[in-house]
Structures are given as C-alpha cells and as structure tokens.
Design a protein around this ligand. Structure first.
Ligand code: HEC
Length: 101
C-alpha cells in the first residue's frame, strides 16, 4: 500500500484544480452571458425595430420610451399586441433581450 497515499494525493490535487476552474467559470459566466444577451438584443432591435422606432415621425415609441415600459407590457405587445407581426419568429428569450438592448 505504499503508492496508495500519493495516488490519492494526486487525485486531490486534480480535484482542487478542477474545482478552481469551475469556480472561475461560474464567476465569469453571468457577466459573459449578460454581454452576449445584450449584444443579441441590440442587433435584433437594430435589424427589426429601429426602422420604425427611431424614425421619429411615426407613432412608434423610441428606445428610451420602450425602456421605461414595464417588461411585461413590451413582451405582450410583441407576442400578441400591436407588434406581434414585427416580432414574428422570435423566441420569448430573444424578445426579452430586446428589452436590454
Ligand atoms: C413597421 C414599423 C414598426 C416596426 C418594424 C416595429 N414597430 Fe413597434 N411600434 C410601431 C408603432 C407604429 C407603434 C405604436 C403602435 C400603437 O400605438 O398602437 C409601436 C409600438 C411598439 C410598442 C409599444 C406597444 C404598446 O403596448 O404600447 C412596443 C413595445 C414595440 N413597438 C416594440 C417593437 C419591437 C421590439 C420591434 C422589433 C422587433 C418593433 N416594435 C418593430 C411600429 C413598428
């Protein structure tokens, strides 16, 4: 049983490296996910919404106004309200992201 202790030691070392790696990932993930989501929503908004919403001349509220609206109202407008045609084919997650654009 001479080598037993050292094998266990190696395992412990590996485990702690792995744990540190996972912790680092966990710490970075939310920030990463948020910035991707934000970029996503922004692209979506530029591609599909800006034409009317930043034109100034139409009745469409601009981004600043949209941001002040309750998330639920924006979502329901997109899903079933006046904007449901504009947002056709988007997932709910994508629609939520346009909020943070
Ligand atoms: C074809 C032009 C056009 C496009 C494209 C468009 N909108 Fe609109 N949007 C409007 C107009 C006009 C209104 C005002 C509608 C009204 O007062 O009934 C509006 C209203 C809204 C409202 C407010 C609805 C409410 O309940 O007051 C939201 C939220 C909205 N748009 C989001 C979006 C998003 C997000 C996109 C992109 C996916 C988008 N719109 C694309 C023209 C457009």
């Amino acid at each position: 049983m001479a080598g037993h202790g050292s094998a266990l030691g190696k395992l412990r070392l590996l485990y702690s490296i792995f744990a540190a790696f996972v912790l680092a990932l966990l710490a970075a993930a939310p920030a990463l996910a948020q910035s991707t989501a934000r970029a996503d929503g922004e692209t979506l908004y530029r591609e599909r919404c800006v034409g009317c919403h930043e034109a100034g001349s139409s009745r469409a509220p601009d981004l600043a106004t949209l941001r002040q609206m309750a998330p639920d109202r924006v979502l329901s407008a997109l899903r079933s309200g006046s904007m449901s045609t504009q947002s056709e084919g988007f997932s709910t997650a994508q629609l939520k992201r346009t909020r943070s654009a």
